[in-house]
Write a protein that binds this ligand. Structure first.
Ligand code: ATP
Ligand code: MG
Length: 437
């Protein structure tokens, strides 16, 4: 992508309304634009990031046999009357009337909808288990939308739902999600800590929130310090095997959000205790027959008895993650994207657009990479070098390929690694090879 043609409305100054660094940087890097309180448009750069987050979530859901569907944003109120939540949900729900005066709503979540879909066709225990998800916009009329996309009113969520014959197999579905969540966040370069949590308005008796630590987080948390450098990357996971030992290895260690903290446990942990602030990036629940009963989601079991299916729901804050990742990875100059999330793997800075040889080398490198399937961000603008460097740092792509007439004369270009700040001089050919790895 040529920067001269790209729609990238970057800002030099910090926008006054942005209280936290991720919000400031998303606005300054031209990723989003506010439409009204808590509602944003995603501009080209922001959308690339959002799509990358979505894709990791999608791949990890698919990997555990969870099937993607797409449910509507607008739902009929009657469905929510059946579960009793139409009145319970409160002013966070956006209630709408259609032209026939029928009550509709903009979905804040989809338990009712998916249960209705499942109930319409499920007959027997042979139809179980089932895991389904979608990645869709939600609307919640939050009291205090703030922090940009972190607490929006319209936001994108991955919500998955599990259907099982009994509590024991529901536990297996829950465990699959639990472990898959750990993997999902790890792929985004995040350390997400599963914490025992209250079940909230959704109800149920088994629930974990996944939080990443950040000073700007809205929740106070406490956990064992071992969580800070735990990861699954060396563990070869077979999702059809018994995942209980992995889940236990996490849940047996102390980690709790505000409402679940235990003073005596914390005192006993002594120096092993970490207290911090956290951002909730996911939440998983097991809630049994809470929706299958009122909505009539039944199957016959192996003995021919009718039973209500056991369900769980599993959310990931996809749009919130864009902000959360920036909170976890930035410096004074701007964003530092983890490789898997970056809108572009590399940026190419043309140091002298008035120099024919320099242009030829830059255009050649750009075309070469494109032909090999790597879209990079090519700063071909006639602008000050300082401004180009500042913009590329702000945008935060992992690699910067810097080409200027002086280096070209001695056969070298410069590569800068955004995260470490390391610079190296090398031949253009080696630089291109490095970007293509
Ligand atoms: P919170 O406690 O932050 O209000 P919640 O418990 O209401 O979240 P869930 O219903 O569990 O949220 O939704 C699943 C995920 O969706 C959350 O873990 C969070 O990452 C994300 N999410 C929830 N509300 C918002 C919002 N207003 N803006 C952006 N993301 C959100
Ligand atoms: Mg929650």
């Amino acid at each position: 992508m040529r920067l001269s043609q790209y729609f990238l409305p970057t800002l030099k100054e910090n926008p006054a309304e942005a209280e936290i660094v991720s919000h400031r940087l998303m606005l300054r890097a031209g990723m989003i634009r506010q439409s009204s309180a808590g509602i944003y448009s995603w501009l080209p750069m922001g959308l690339r990031v959002l799509r990358n987050i979505e894709q990791i979530v999608r791949e990890e859901q698919n990997a555990i046999g969870c099937q993607e569907i797409l449910m509507p944003t607008i739902q009929p109120a009657d469905l929510w009357r059946e579960s009793g939540r139409y009145d319970d949900y409160g002013p966070e729900m956006l209630r709408i009337k259609d032209r026939h005066e029928r009550d509709m709503l903009y979905g804040p979540t989809n338990e009712e909808q998916i249960t209705e879909i499942f109930a319409a066709s499920a007959r027997s225990y042979r139809d179980l288990p089932k895991l389904m998800y979608h990645i869709q916009w939600k609307f919640r009329d939050e009291v205090r939308p703030r922090f940009g996309v972190m607490r929006g009113r319209e936001f994108m969520m991955k919500d998955a739902y599990s259907f099982d014959l009994d509590a024991e197999s529901a536990r297996l579905s829950y465990n699959k999600m639990f472990v898959s969540y750990l993997r999902t966040y790890e792929r985004m370069g995040l350390t997400a800590i599963p914490m025992a949590a209250d079940t909230g308005p959704i109800g149920g008796d088994m629930s974990h929130e996944f939080l990443i630590l950040a000073d700007t987080g809205e929740s106070e948390i406490a956990c064992h310090k071992d969580f800070l450098d735990r990861n699954l990357s060396d563990t070869d996971i077979d999702f059809e095997s018994d995942l209980q030992p992995i889940v236990d290895s996490y849940t047996s260690q102390y980690a709790a959000t505000d409402e679940k903290r235990e003073a005596d446990v914390e005192a006993a942990l002594g120096d092993d205790l970490v207290t911090a602030r956290g951002i909730e990036v996911g939440h998983i629940f097991y809630f049994g027959t809470k929706y299958s009963k009122p909505l009539g989601a039944r199957v016959t079991d192996a003995d021919g008895q009718e039973v209500h299916v056991e369900m769980g729901s599993y959310g990931i804050g996809v749009s919130r993650l864009a902000g959360a990742i920036i909170e976890a990875s930035h410096d004074d100059d701007g964003i530092i994207w983890p490789d898997n999330i970056a809108p572009f793997k590399a940026g190419l800075i043309n140091l002298k657009t008035s120099d024919a040889a320099c242009n030829a080398a830059c255009d050649g490198a750009y075309n070469d990479l494109r032909e090999k399937g790597e879209e990079i961000l090519y700063d071909d603008r006639e602008a000050r070098t300082g401004a180009k460097f500042a913009d590329m740092d702000l945008i935060g792509v992992p690699w910067q390929l810097i080409i200027g007439p002086r280096g070209l004369k001695s056969g070298v270009v410069e590569m800068k690694h955004r995260a470490s700040g390391e610079r190296q001089e090398l031949s253009l050919e080696s630089a291109l090879t490095q970007i293509l790895v």
